[in-house]
Ligand binder design. Structure first.
Ligand code: SD4
Length: 299
């Protein structure tokens, strides 16, 4: 097997994803297979509130999922957004990539596509997420702050898993799966399924991904920007730092909630950077798995 490096975001869901991704890779899977298996394992684990089954729902109490995959070999990409009642949505996104001429399918029509491909409708609410939703719903509040984040009163475990994969000599794939920000407005789509915002991959250079506050990351075209910084000669760490510095300067709001970019070059070097706090990322190099913390770049 070609030398392989895999990256996965956030502590708990990232750990599930990186292990499953490596297992698939070690048993002969392609990078696409490995990333899909990693995200699917995390989506299907009902104990993880991050993505898929048991994730935190929108303001109507419904889980709406977004996912995407991009292959750096030919820039082919597939994504779904605002999908209800289907898991794993990363597998639906991959089917959009491989079995349609389109890049993205949305909402009910994405679900119809999934059903036509043999997926089954599932209730994604669990006893725990129903209880958290009801606690949130019944809290007195003012204005629209209710839509701003998720686990603000719990530890932030991440609502997204973004994964990057590299194989020697120079092939990269990026993918992401998310339930979006918890308590979001129904129909709200974040950066994760958007090519250029939540993921980007180009074998000529490398790949990048994002996680955190999707509106800010999307406005920054964070993943494309980071890949283009690498194209200009920066290392992955320098490119991530440059994107985050630019966000802090032009979008000062982006420091109010963590925004993260991660990147991997087409030679397997990697880096990550965030607008505030410390960001946990899992790294798997030929089966050696470890978690590292990444921080805010010096301004
Ligand atoms: C979104 N970027 O939908 C996602 C959320 C996220 O860790 O990454 N949370 O805005």
């Amino acid at each position: 097997m070609a030398k392989t490096t895999l990256l996965a975001t956030w502590r708990e869901p990232g750990q599930v994803a990186i292990k499953a991704a490596w297992e698939r890779r070690a048993s002969g899977g392609s990078l696409r297979d490995a990333l899909e298996s990693g995200l699917a394992a995390s989506e299907l684990d009902p104990t993880l509130v991050a993505i898929g089954l048991g994730a935190l729902p929108n303001a109507d109490g419904e889980v709406e999922l977004d996912a995407s995959m991009m292959d750096g070999h030919d820039l082919e990409a597939g994504a779904v957004c605002g999908v209800r009642g289907i898991v794993p949505v990363i597998s639906v996104a991959r089917k959009v990539l491989e079995e349609t001429p389109h890049v993205m399918l949305a909402g009910e029509q994405a679900r119809r596509f999934a059903l036509s491909k043999g997926f089954e409708v599932r209730n994604l609410m669990t006893t725990d997420n129903v209880r958290w939703y009801e606690e949130w719903r019944d809290k007195p509040r003012e204005g629209t702050e209710e839509y701003v984040h998720a686990l603000s009163d719990k530890e932030h475990h991440g609502d997204t898993v973004t994964v990057l994969g590299w194989e020697a000599p120079s092939h990269v794939v990026a993918a992401s799966s998310t339930s979006g920000l918890a308590w979001k407005m129904p129909g709200r789509i974040g950066d994760s399924p958007i090519v250029g915002a939540g993921i980007y991959a180009d074998d000529e250079v490398g790949c990048a991904g994002a996680t955190g506050w999707g509106e800010e990351l999307w406005k920054a075209a964070a993943s494309f920007r980071t890949v283009e910084y690498m194209r200009g000669g920066m290392s992955p760490q320098e490119a991530c730092d440059a994107t985050i510095r630019q966000m802090i300067r032009r979008q000062p709001k982006s420091t109010e909630m963590m925004c993260v970019v991660l990147a991997m070059s087409n030679s397997g070097e990697f880096g990550a950077s965030c607008t505030t706090g410390e960001f946990p990322m899992w790294i798997c190099q030929d089966g050696e798995i470890e978690m590292r913390l990444f921080g805010v770049p010096e301004i």
